[in-house]
Design a protein around this ligand. Sequence first.
Ligand code: SF4
Length: 421
Amino acid sequence: MRMKLIYPSWPKLERQTEFHLPPHGPVVFAATVPEEVDLTFTDENREPVDFDEQVDLVGLSVMLTCQMPRAFAIADAYRAKGVKVIFGGIATMLHAEEAALHADSVFLGEAEGRFGQVIEDFKAGKLKPLYDYLRVHPDINLVGTARRDILKRDLYNYRGVQMVDLVHASRGCKFNCFPCCTSYLGGRVFRPRPIDKVVEELESIPNNRLFIVDNSLAQDKEWLKDLFKAMIPLKKKWVSHPVMYDDEVLDLAAQAGCWYVYQAVFDTSDVIRERIKQLKAHGIGIEGTILLGTDDQDENYVKRLVHFLMENELNIAEFTVLTPFPHTPIREKFEKQGRILSNDWSKYTCDKVVFQPKQMTPEKLQELYYWAWDEFYAEGGYQLKMGNLFKQVIRREMDDGTYRRYNPRQGRVFKREKPAV
Ligand code: SF4
């Protein structure tokens, strides 16, 4: 049987350079699809969906709330042709009831060890309207190497530079930050993957540069140390969400190839200043992630924050507007206070104000969003600063002999040679 997996398109952040990373959810999901299924994949951010392709089943892999309207439109088009459609992915979990209105089936939760049964049901004409595994996680040992063979790798180059490949070493997050839905998704328990399986996957990726997309690399010191020690011989270079602020861990992270990390900058305190210094001391770059519109921010606060980033010479910064996504603590609060201004999911792109800020008008916050990007990048745009980060990694790769120009005909060029036995 033929299944087509589609990753719907969405608009990128205004002011940010548009480049495309290979998606992660679809390749992780693809590894759970039985081999007998002839699976094809379209990332609609990079190529149009061919609605004339003959398929038996369509899977919509939806990560973001702002992808949902497009996912609904794609599903409606296929169903009008009589093709069955199943929804999955993180945003489907957040919008399950709406998805059900456009789907023959909705899959909630993680698919490892479970999707084979869905295919059996489909073949028997007994596809269920709902497969609900949201609260029951599969055994983490079932998570295998993602199927990156479904990607057309040449679609993920920016001006001849191959974008990072995404990979994960753990699931879940023990924290519960106010704008985040991880807690709702049942992720409050940290679930590390076995390190040998992670290393096996890292070795298989035909790219020396990675984005380790784990929710947080600040959850379990001993596991982190073991993971980074195992990664050192691979000589990969990688980006990640925050790494634990511990000199021993950061030292190992740097040796394991940590290139730069995302650092949330929410105030101008000495704590943040020290974190920035600590990362720099380990040779790790910093991309500041700055959420605009929290209740403690007025116009002056936002301006101070942006100038603080400039004073502390962050490598790059990404500004977003606080967005009350479904099933987050902040949405619950704003709903109680009657501060949600729009439920048009196409506006939930993190660059549009969809709620009533506490200390300014929505229009002022929108204006400050544009101001923040323009001010931070006034003396060198995003591409220039990103280019500098790439120069840093290229230097490190030249030093350790891993620098390669990307050659799509040599898919496994970065694979480490196994020692002879
Ligand atoms: S924002 Fe990150 S660290 Fe906080 S709960 Fe969500 S995933 Fe965890």
